[in-house]
Design a protein around this ligand. Sequence first.
Ligand SMILES: *[C@@H]1O[C@H](CO)[C@@H](O)[C@H](O)[C@H]1NC(C)=O
Length: 571
Amino acid sequence: MGRIRICSLGAIVLGVFMVIGALGESHTHDQDASDDEVIQKPVYKSPTVSGFAYLAEHFDDRERFRTAWVQSLAKKEEIDEDIAKYDGIWAVEEPTRSVQESDLGLVLKSKARHAAIASLLNKPFKFEDKPLVVQYEVNFQEGQECGGAYLKLLTQEESSLDLSKFHDKTPYTIMFGPDKCGTDHKLHFIFQHKNPVNGTIEEKHSKKPKERLEDYFKDKAPHLFTLIVKPDNSFQVKVDGKIVNDGSLLDDFTPPVNPPLEIEDPNDIQPEDWDDREKIPDPTAVKPEDWDEDAPAHIVDEDDVVPEDWLESEPPTIPNPDSVKPEDWDVEMDGEWEPPEIPNPKCEGVSGCGVYKQKMKKNPRYKGKWLPPLINNPNYKGKWKPRLIHNPEYFNDQQPFKMMPIGAVGFELWSMSPDILFDNIIITDDEDVAKQWADDTFEIRRRKIAQEGSGLWRQIANFTVENPWIWAVYIASVGLPLLLVIYCCCFASKDSSDDEKDPLAPNDETKYSTPGGSVNPEDEVPHLARPEEPLNDNTENEEETDEIIASEKDDEGGSGDGPRRRKPNKE
Ligand SMILES: *[C@@H]1O[C@H](CO)[C@@H](O)[C@H](O)[C@H]1NC(C)=O
């Protein structure tokens, strides 16, 4: 079997090489003439912002990056020293699958480490009369097992803005972006809402996106994440320009921004006399005279008679007459010896022996316990619920958009998969500016990747049209291995127990030396073609197979051909 696998694998590899070789040759021909778009990376130009942005970062300028971005040196609060450090590794580099020379991105290199990095905005974003637009690219270059790639928009306040101390508890206003663990795929939009009554800050989580999110984490392609929050409290979440979630800050978050106007009174208790039984036993019903609660469910069937052949005087078992008292039986210790009982041989072939017991039958008078029927309860008051009172914590904030101002953005992450690439972050208050920025960055990159992806297939298609003979290669490269695999599966599996004697292996002596051996495919075919013929020795065949396998072990020479000759019979 091993050799068969190797030989079919060899055929596949050979086929693939033939195709690649042929294409490679075609490519060198073509190239002189025209297409070089696929081969040369195009010249890349860093984008410029088409309007005002609070932050627009393309990461192409390493010098700028070093001054604008601050890596956190903090420690995570309240956990073990060793794992609390923010010591994850960030790099500015080209994507692993680079389509544009010197288009750099920010890459979280390390896995299973806390990593945080942040940058101040040009000026704080204040939630007034313009929308907030947040947009950035993420590429899970190694997929994602478990971990986030979300952006935190840090609140403009004293404790947030020393970026070297950025950690998980640093106050943020919005958290936005993808996050995954196992089969739980998320695209967060969380905002912090300040309670206007007592100033407490609470996280509000948006409802789930309606789209499937799996692919963004596993296709190893760049994806563009956009969040737009407007002064009218509406929001939109887009991926690659397509809306995947939208709604209102007032209606689509948990817990809701505004508490309910009324709540159940916690001091209200169910009155003692509250009757919440919907049905009660009919108090006027009486047990009928003839209702015998004591009548048993089953009674002896008096009509049942002893079968004629029943031997009432014979015991069903007798002491075994053949058993003898063991030598070492000690009457003092073990008691009087009694031979074990065995079924009475006289009872064999008759209905039974011993005292006859009549069968039981269902009692027609059986009624069981009498219960009065149920009727509607005239005093039923319904299920009890505490009364509603005005919610003392009630407030009505009709402008949750007016969030706390944003002073900086940052990533504060932990990931099980390395090499997450971030690029082209923009924070602006103008949707068009963000759109233009995406057109100049993400959209160009996306087109390049699509071109590169289709490039190879296009070449194969073109070459096939120009060189129809290549079909022979395709057929050979797919068909031959397939034939071999089928052949191996159908005819050689029985021999798999013994690699050494595999008769199909090219170097095996038996292939040539066995007289009349059916090792050549030409010899096999006739057996298949006349399946009726050997039917008469079918039974013998089953037995012989074992023999032959056994004989194979001691007799090397003639081993192979017996079982092979018979194999087609089984079908
Ligand atoms: C503020 O009010 C919320 C409910 O609206 C409550 O859960 C929270 O405990 C309050 N905070 C303080 C400090 O009283």
